[in-house]
Design a protein around this ligand. Structure first.
Ligand code: ADP
Ligand code: MG
Length: 553
């Protein structure tokens, strides 16, 4: 038995708790349950009821009446601010937004249900055979056995609901909570899913508590019914009572009184008690649409800024000596250089040392490939440690600081340092590219981890998955396309970077560019540049295509 309480709990003199035989115990005993959110929103007020075991209880009520809050208090996700919930048995939840991982297979998602009982290592290496058998049996039961190895993203809404049901049952719960499980389905599908939900729970003796806002579905599928109205339990609304409310509350008053319910079909029945802050919402909204003009946008301020910018330009030109430039001399120099750069005869073209240029180009590509691969291999774990949602709190800060420091040094400077440390040649270049890639890729990676959808992560956390399990089964799969796209971008960037590292003798084609310029063999230097250009354009085209296929619009 689990008790979630905010002491002092029940006040028996107000409500005498009913006595029942031990084997007839309700799944939940709710005693004086009250929940107030920060900023004073009172979502639940003084609820007192029992939810029977092994039956289907349906919670109904207008939107904003506290249904989701009640389910969260029942599951233990929210601790009530007053009163107590006493629970008999383990609970699993089917969330309104399902919180599955669309990038993984149907079977993988169902297997997530056992993460609470299977250790991190075991679940990473290979799931135990008995768990796989159980998951497949559940998929058979919900009619999705043949889809087990398909990606979840390929399934329809109704099919995903059934996967969510199988994952919840995989937790072997005694109680199943379902928040609006069929709200996004059409009528026929909704009835089919509700039928299945009730039948599967009845077969296994599982207590089912669901929130439904469709009166007809509630009437058809409920064994027991709770009606919430403005956070209080009430009798189911009689049709004539609803009409009466509609007649006595003018539409405008209702819309102003409750922003949450405004415009919904439940607006007329709304009795929500929102704090003044939420009533002031329209004024805030108006301020957001017409924000006040910032001080620097006034004409006087703009003129002063313009003058300052002009002074900065003039000062820079003079201090760099650019104002003394002989325009004609520069033009003549450039023309002469261009004439010498472009080969004008067949002999000039064939005397270019193509063989050594090709060899150095291949060396450049090899350096960037190895540098990027080492960069990815180091950046990925570094990003796991640095991301807010995956890294341990005490490690995050230092790792981020270190990565920031690595990022501030350009690849050419890293190359200079490594030439000094390990000597001339491609090794220095590869080390420079690796380190530079770690700095940037880790930032790309940890930002994508932090932006991974929260729903699946929270769902796995609630069903008992550890931090590494959550990363491997929710964050990792959701961010894989973005990570691959970043790695491709880095490779493309590194080809460009590798082609200049040779300038400081760290390997690659840059060495030859510098050498040919020094001996004034301009056509050979141009040949190097043209080849680099060709490789970069080809790589760009391939990686744009790959990235597009990884991250569809
Ligand atoms: P329902 O599921 O019936 O639509 P909820 O339980 O989601 O209702 O919400 C009940 C009331 O609590 C609403 O007035 C809602 O605006 C408020 N509420 C819900 N969640 C929060 C929250 N996290 N912080 C503040 N108020 C909340
Ligand atoms: Mg809700």
């Amino acid at each position: 038995m689990t008790t979630l309480t905010a002491q002092p709990a029940a006040t028996p003199e107000r409500h005498a708790p009913p006595r029942e035989p031990e084997n007839d115990r309700p799944a939940f005993r709710i005693r004086n349950l009250t929940h107030t959110y920060p900023r004073g929103v009172r979502a639940l007020r003084d609820l007192w009821t029992d939810i029977p075991a092994a039956r289907h209880t349906v919670i109904v009520g207008p939107s904003g009446s506290g249904k989701t809050t009640l389910l969260a208090c029942l599951s233990g996700r929210l601790t009530p601010t007053a009163g107590a919930v006493e629970r008999q048995g383990a609970v699993a939840t089917i969330y309104q937004d399902l919180r599955l991982v669309p990038e993984r297979t149907v079977l993988g998602n169902v297997l997530d249900g056992c993460l609470g009982r299977v250790g991190a290592w075991r679940s990473t290496l290979a799931m135990p055979a008995e768990e796989r058998r159980e998951a497949l049996t559940l998929l058979e039961r919900v009619g999705l056995r043949e889809r087990a190895n398909m990606p979840l993203a390929a399934l329809s809404g109704g099919e995903r609901q059934r996967v969510a049901l199988a994952r919840a049952l995989m937790q072997r719960p005694q109680i199943l909570l379902a928040d609006e499980p069929v709200c996004s389905l059409d009528r026929a599908n909704a009835e089919r899913v509700m039928e299945l939900l009730r039948a599967v729970c009845a077969e296994r003796g599982v207590t089912l508590v669901s929130v439904l806002h469709d009166e007809q579905l509630a009437a058809r599928f409920a064994d027991h019914r709770l009606t919430l109205r403005a956070g209080r339990l009430s009798e189911p609304p009689q049709p004539d009572r609803l009409v009466e409310l509609k007649q006595h509350i003018p539409g405008e008053t209702v819309l102003q009184a409750c922003a949450t319910c405004a415009g919904t079909q439940d607006a007329a029945a709304c009795r929500c008690d929102h704090p003044p802050a939420s009533r002031e919402q329209p004024e805030d909204a108006a301020a957001a649409i017409h924000p006040a003009r910032p001080a620097w946008m006034h004409p006087g301020a703009l003129l002063a800024i313009g003058l300052l910018v002009l002074i900065a330009y003039a000062w820079s030109t003079v201090s760099l000596g650019l104002h003394q430039t002989n325009g004609r001399g520069v033009l003549n120099g450039l023309t002469a250089f261009l004439a010498a750069l472009v080969p004008t005869s067949w002999t000039q073209l064939t005397s270019i040392p193509w063989r050594s240029i090709w060899a150095s180009l291949i060396e450049t590509l090899q350096m960037s490939l190895i540098g990027t691969t080492v960069g990815v291999a180091l950046a990925y774990p570094a990003a796991v440690l640095a991301a807010r949602n995956t890294g341990p709190r005490f490690i995050r800060g230092p790792v981020r600081q270190m990565l920031n420091a690595v990022r501030t040094v350009p690849s050419l400077i890293w190359a200079l340092l490594f030439v000094a440390a390990v000597g001339l040649g491609p090794l220095a270049g590869v080390l420079a590219l690796s380190l530079y890639s770690v700095g940037y890729l880790s930032k790309f990676f940890y930002e994508s981890f932090e932006h991974a959808p929260k729903g699946p992560q929270n769902a796995l956390k609630e069903l008992g998955a550890s931090g590494p399990q959550r990363f491997l089964r929710a964050v990792g799969p959701a961010t894989r396309p973005a990570a691959l796209a970043s790695a491709l971008f880095m490779l493309e960037y590194n080809v460009r970077a590798a082609s200049v590292l040779g300038i400081v003798d760290a390997g690659g084609i840059g060495y030859y560019i510098r050498f040919y310029l020094e001996i004034r063999n301009f056509p050979a230097a141009l040949a190097c540049l043209v080849l680099i250009f060709g490789v970069v354009v080809a790589l760009d085209a391939v990686s744009v295509r790959l990235r597009r296929s990884l991250i569809p619009d």
